[in-house]
Design a protein around this ligand. Sequence first.
Ligand SMILES: [Zn+2]
Length: 67
Amino acid sequence: MTAEPPCPFTTSVASLLIGALGPLERQELETHLRQCPMCLEELILLAPLPGLLHRATPPELCPRWDP
Ligand SMILES: [Zn+2]
């Protein structure tokens, strides 16, 4: 087993959730999330955390993507 992330964007998912990304980075990552199941899974895994640590997750970050 290796700890190497399969996609370089997965590390950015946590930053997105805590609001550490700028608007452009965030938009880029949100676009990427629609194409990358790994990052989307990471988002779903991490999504509850900011609510516990910091504040409620903003609605636009909820892992619900309408087709
Ligand atoms: Zn990805």
